[in-house]
Write a new protein. Structure first.
Length: 204
């Protein structure tokens, strides 16, 4: 069944407008967070990214986790890419990042493969096309455990990295890239070691 046959036209227009508002707000908060982080770095405030995310979240009325997500996506796409794919929503850009070097290919596909030829493909359709099995409405317990462990690993990395004050990060990156990379690698190894222990405990 065509999606347009499920909902009345008036309700479709309402939902489209709400989706547009949500997408613009996500981009706006991501860009505002970039400005906030730059300001904190310039002022050499003793605050890490986690504190900045929480501050933005407080004023925006969203979760710090959401702010981090908005910032990550906004940082990944310059204005020219956003304009080129302006028919797509923020969620398309966010999920496409999972595809790494095929990211822009996915956005191209979504832009031209909508269900009715008028709108772009859904986010689920895009991910199902590029990552078969990624969109599973009936996951198994095993797949849920694997997903939960991957999410926890990502969260651990974020917590450890976000705790470092912004001006310290900037100094590391500018003065000693090798030291910065070594520190980041150590954070990753610690997180992976923790996850390995947790995986083993699931099988005991």
């Amino acid at each position: 069944m065509n999606y347009s046959d499920i909902l009345p036209a008036e309700l479709q227009n309402v939902i489209i407008a709400l989706g547009d508002q949500k997408s613009r707000a996500a981009w706006g908060l991501g860009d505002a967070t970039r400005r906030a982080l730059a300001w904190v770095t310039a002022q050499k405030l003793p605050a890490g990214r986690a504190e900045v995310y929480k501050a933005v979240a407080l004023f925006a009325g969203v979760s710090a986790r959401s702010v981090r997500d908005y910032h990550r996506v906004a940082l990944a796409y310059p204005d020219d890419i956003r304009e080129e794919y302006d028919v797509l929503r923020f969620a398309h850009f966010r999920e496409a990042l999972r595809l790494e070097d095929r990211c822009l290919e996915a956005l191209d596909w979504a832009r031209t493969n909508g269900p009715d030829g008028l709108r772009p493909a859904t986010v689920d359709a895009m991910m199902a096309h590029f990552l078969p099995g990624a969109v599973d409405i009936t996951p198994t317990w095993g797949s849920y455990q694997a997903y939960a462990i991957d999410r926890e690993l990502q969260h651990l990395r974020e917590v450890l990295e976000d705790a470092i004050p912004m001006h310290v990060l900037a100094t590391w990156e500018k003065q000693d890239q090798a030291e910065f990379t070594a520190a980041a690698d150590k954070i990753t190894r610690l997180a992976e070691k923790y996850i390995m222990v947790k995986k083993e405990s699931l099988h005991d």
